[in-house]
Write a protein that binds this ligand. Structure first.
Ligand code: ADP
Length: 405
């Protein structure tokens, strides 16, 4: 029997191109406690699916849509459905605010911000900087503004954590007339990195030089000194840096000129190639999913995984140089938290820095934050599970407290 006292709740929304995820946090006196989470997947396809669960895993609601009914289900319709569902499953809580994950804050939004119509319009001007994410991130906030204008909404930006990077780490070697338009390196996955930074002091790494490897479908590395971002592998867009599930990562820019000249590819063809047809999927020709590749006997699957870990190894060297040293390497997100094989290969590439992995700890990690390196290892290695939703809820509560006397 669940017994809950009445308290306020914060909704966190993370909208992607074809899905919207939500989490509901009870805003208790001392902490934020997750009590419901769910998602709608398959927006604007012929097969949309909604599911919501309690943190223990029991299903609270589920629904399927097929055919034209599913095809008509866009971000606005999905947000309206989710808000209606949430309002009938509040378990006595009162919704006080909604926090949104927004990929790009540009040069103006370097901290979480209240979202009103003017802020949403300014953020919409950044759509060309994150063509596959930004418009979808903003859609639920617009929908809620239209249906529930009095509800406090907050935008939390994946770029904001990197605003502390030194100017050299943010610069491209391009003429001023281009860089003055905001063409510079921003960095992404900032909410994940900020959450990890908040955990580093509990591991004795609050003052350390740390590289965090956020390895999920999107993948990047961040160099942190004293918990502040100093450099990252992603730059102007979320396609730079490491090879990812379907994104190429860094390419010689000359490749793009070649593709335009010799293969007559236009901007949209290049966008599709770089964001959706490359990375683990492109190299393997099999899948973007690390689990599938790790269990495949195909040589091209092996090549994709090897290229992924090799590039991570090279970028670790680059980021260690940017900080002038390295004390610890932290793995997080779907691949970082779950793939012992990827972690072992990456730590092998970092052995020259003085990283010595404890194979037993890597093969059998404990729940929560966990050390993976031997006691004598000069550079320590860790798994720290990330929690971007909690980070968004924390920011939303902080702005809410500041915004309401
Ligand atoms: P997103 O960037 O979409 O949030 P996730 O952080 O959930 O992605 O990471 C998804 C990736 O994690 C996929 O490549 C998936 O194969 C990988 N992954 C999840 N569980 C495991 C596992 N047990 N072993 C290897 N890879 C895993």
């Amino acid at each position: 029997m669940r017994r809950r006292k009445i308290s306020n709740a914060i909704i966190v929304i993370n909208a992607g191109s074809s899905s919207i995820k939500f989490s509901l946090f009870a805003d208790e006196t001392r902490q934020l406690e997750l009590f419901l989470k769910g998602q709608i997947e398959g927006l604007r396809t012929d097969n949309a699916h909604f599911i919501a669960r309690h943190p223990a895993g029991d299903v609270v609601g589920e629904r399927h849509w097929t055919g034209p009914e599913a095809g008509a289900f866009d971000h606005d319709a999905a947000t309206r459905f989710l808000m209606a569902f949430i309002n009938t499953h509040l378990e006595g809580h009162v919704v006080e605010a909604v926090g949104h994950r927004i990929v790009h804050g540009g040069g103006d939004f370097t901290a979480p911000a209240a979202l009103n119509a003017a802020a949403l319009d300014r953020l919409a001007t950044l759509v060309p900087l994150a063509p596959l994410h930004q418009a979808h991130n903003l859609a639920p906030a617009r929908s809620i503004l239209a249906t529930t204008p009095g509800l406090f909404q907050v935008g939390c930006f994946d770029t904001a954590f990197h605003a502390t990077q030194p100017p050299l780490a943010q610069a491209f070697a391009l003429p001023a007339e281009i860089t003055d338009r905001g063409v510079r390196r921003y960095g992404f996955h900032g909410l994940s990195y900020e959450y990890i930074a908040s955990q580093l002091p509990t591991l004795g790494l609050g003052d350390a030089k740390v590289i965090v490897a956020h390895l999920g479908n999107g993948a990047s590395l961040c160099a942190m000194d004293h918990g502040r971002s100093m450099a990252s592998t992603m730059g102007f867009t979320a396609v730079e840096g490491l090879p990812m599930g379907t994104r190429s990562g860094t390419l010689d820019p000359g490749v793009l000129l070649y593709l335009m000249d010799e293969m007559h590819m236009g901007p949209r063809d290049l966008e599709k190639l770089l964001y959706q047809r490359s990375g683990l999927l492109g190299v393997s020709g099999i899948s973007s999913d690390m689990r599938t590749l790790e269990t495949s006997g195909e040589p091209r699957a092996r090549l994709a995984v090897d290229l992924f870990t090799y590039r991570i190894g090279r970028e670790i060297g680059s980021l260690a140089a940017a900080m002038g040293g390295l004390d610890a390497l932290v793995f997080t997100a779907g691949i970082g938290e779950n793939s012992a094989g990827v972690r072992a290969a990456v730590c092998g590439h970092a052995a020259w820095l003085g990283l010595e992995m404890d194979d037993g700890a890597n093969a059998h990690p404990q729940p929560g934050a966990h050390r993976l390196s031997t006691p004598s290892s000069r550079v320590s290695a860790w798994i720290v599970p990330t929690d971007e939703e909690l980070m968004i809820a924390r920011h939303t509560r902080r702005l809410l407290t500041g915004a309401t006397p």
